[in-house]
Design a protein around this ligand. Sequence first.
Ligand code: ACO
Length: 430
Amino acid sequence: MVDESGIMAFGRYAHIVGWGKAVPNRVVTNHELEQIVDTSDEWIRSRTGIHQRRIAVDPAETTATLAAKAAREALEVADIPASKVDMIIVATSSPEHTFPATACAVQDMIGAVNAGAFDLSAACSGFVYGLGVAKGLIASGQAENVLVIGAETLSRITDWSDRNTCVLFGDGAGAVLVQSSPVPGGILATEMGCDGSGGDLLILPAGGSKMPATLETVASGQHFIKMNGRAVYRFATRIMAEATRRVLSKANLTVDDIDLVIPHQANERIIAVSMRNLKLPEEKVFRNLQYYGNTSTASIPIALYEALEQDRIKPNDTIVMVGFGAGLTWAGTAIKWGVPTEKETSLWRASQRSASYGLAKARSQWLRLSHLLGSNLVTEDGESLAQALSNRLEDWRKQLESDEEEEEQRHDPKQEKPSLPNGTSSSDES
Ligand code: ACO
């Protein structure tokens, strides 16, 4: 079988088998924003549909910590240890640093010792771009398990004196575990597009190589999001429907085949106009932007998580996720949902996993020490002491994983991992 990108898939399908979400505790209502800029709850609700957003007020809560929290939950739902992850893709517009990648911090936090990691910069379309990349890695046999995460602390790059932008955005993270499977279905097709001529319409001007940080760039607010809202609105209302049609055509589907659309949660009016263009009934469109605002790359995976929580997705459903963002970029994906949607939680597994994360943290500390000490402190065998300790911690973690598997079999020998339903026919493939 050759998919839309020309890759021979050889019966390797990419299914979402785990999902997680993390949002800061602090809720900021529209009324609170009335206190800091010249706006009103009525204006924000009627022009955007947003009622509140979550903001990471604790400096210790960052894009990476939110991403790692969502990733841990996705692994728990998928029921696989972090050591089985081959690649971590963090789509973000508010990375921790220009480099290193936020994905590397996540790799360290969750102890994904066998994973590669990189950030994906495609603004709000980034999560769906990430699904496209994950599908490619799996179809070409380069990966079995790929974590795709959308994570943001946009509040840190928002100008809180600019009413044109500060009412729109929020913080949060969503993650999925994409896994290889011989069962047809999963990510059927992806559409990834870009119009770079619109780059200036939504931009964080300074801090990169074109406009390095200076006292002037800081004083004039060039390190904050700048947006031409009306131009972005026009682009968004056109491209959301177009990208949906394109991805459906790649997957040999029509609008009538869709069970649920999960659009980028930027603005209620953008969603309404786009879905009207597609002639999609209201009940087939998922919305949660009233609670979170626009969380950029995190908006679609958070919405997916909540759609699953609300039983809006069932095995064999056809799901479309579609978004747009700075770049200007757009992306859509059509998915034949493959796995049971109810979460199974085993107390035993949860405590094993938590111990494993504790060891990953300790290992990380030792490795950091090792980088600092270099080879100053060595064991009798000439190995760096910190490296030797971190190897020992890694051995314990591996032991914990094998104990986990053995214990699980002892407790419940009949229990199997949620298997993909066989009802999906190969005619559903792209
Ligand atoms: N409160 C009160 N008035 C406001 C506010 C506010 N928060 N913001 C703007 N206004 C005013 C404007 O100043 C303008 O006043 P004027 O007519 O006196 O000039 C008036 O409201 C209307 O402004 P418009 O820009 O025409 O308002 P519009 O109806 O287009 O809504 C909005 C603005 C919500 C920004 C809309 O254009 C939009 O959603 N655009 C898309 C933005 C978007 O989705 N960006 C994210 C992209 S994804 C990513 O990559 C992060």
